[in-house]
Design a binder for this molecule. Structure first.
Ligand SMILES: NC(=O)c1ccc[n+]([C@@H]2O[C@H](COP(=O)([O-])OP(=O)(O)OC[C@H]3O[C@@H](n4cnc5c(N)ncnc54)[C@H](OP(=O)(O)O)[C@@H]3O)[C@@H](O)[C@H]2O)c1
Length: 252
């Protein structure tokens, strides 16, 4: 994708991968708008990056998405890139009773969020030069982590949805990109100090370098091998992967 001259909305831009991507694009001179629920996180990010702006938006709220999208378009008519990064990851139990709240919140945030945010902005994006949709999925969409089965399933679903949108929007000139991060040191699943996870700055450096190419699937570090897995041996691969994680320190 073109790395300069964009006006970019990044959901979940107040922390972790979203904030780091926001800062990377901001430092290249792009206009960056971050969103999220926690005002203090948004303020900390924009205070540290003069010129960056922030809007409060809960991506589980369909009405708020429509209202905020309309305001964003009015305030930032050059908006041409949306990065659907906001997400939550909760430990669950795919063998036990359904935790309805966890199920609905995870699906509504991780799958409904990107679907609704993109839909609210799509007509506008189509009218801009070089429109781009970036969906942040996960390697766990290709190889599920069984301790977070619902999360993994939402990321597989978002991968699938991204494939559909890329096909459907090609004729309209909208570039649909997927970033499937490996385990990265962020607050997700309390992983800021996690030795098994990739340092955030190293992940961002490699992701930005790959975004600057024509690639429509951005795979960094371990994500390359995990992406290559699905096939006839998928279930065995998932067994090996999950045995390895389970043999390490407890998650979360
Ligand atoms: N870190 C990893 O190992 C890893 C690996 C693969 C994929 N990912 C994906 O990368 C993305 C970013 O995660 P991260 O690792 O950077 O963790 P993070 O620091 O916890 O970031 C998640 C962001 O999403 C926002 N968010 C959550 N629910 C929201 C909602 N309902 N409405 C609006 N914003 C919401 C949070 O902000 P508020 O709480 O302020 O709303 C937060 O800024 C996620 O989609 C995650 O699934 C991460």
């Amino acid at each position: 994708m073109r790395m300069t001259g964009n006006t970019i909305l990044i959901t979940g831009g107040g922390s972790g991968i979203g904030r780091a991507l926001a800062e990377a694009f901001h430092s290249l001179g792009n206009k960056v708008i971050i969103s999220g629920r926690r005002r203090e996180r948004l303020d900390a990010a924009i205070d540290a990056n003069p010129g960056m702006v922030a809007v409060e938006l809960d991506v589980t709220d369909p009405a708020a998405i429509l209202t905020t999208a309309a305001k964003l378009i009015a305030d930032h008519p050059a908006l041409n890139v949306v990065i659907n990064n906001a997400g939550i990851m909760l430990i669950d139990d795919a063998t036990g009773p359904v935790d309805e709240d966890k199920l609905v919140t995870t699906v509504t945030t991780n799958l409904g969020g990107p679907i609704r945010v993109t839909a609210a902005l799509l007509d506008h994006l189509k009218q801009q030069p070089d429109p781009v949709i970036v969906n942040i999925t996960s390697v766990l969409g290709f190889v599920p982590l069984v301790a977070t089965a619902v999360y993994s399933a939402t990321k597989a679903a978002l991968h699938s949805y991204t494939l559909s949108q890329r096909y459907l929007l090609r004729a309209a000139g909208v570039n649909v990109i997927e970033i499937a991060p490996p385990w990265v040191r962020t607050e997700l699943l309390n992983s800021t100090e996690e030795e098994r996870a990739m340092p955030l700055d190293a992940f961002i450096a490699e992701a930005m370098a790959k975004l600057a190419t024509d690639a429509d699937e951005i795979l960094v570090g371990d994500a390359v091998a995990m992406r290559a897995n699905p096939g006839a041996g998928e279930q065995a691969f998932i067994g090996v992967f999950n045995d390895l994680v389970a043999s390490g320190p407890p998650l979360g």
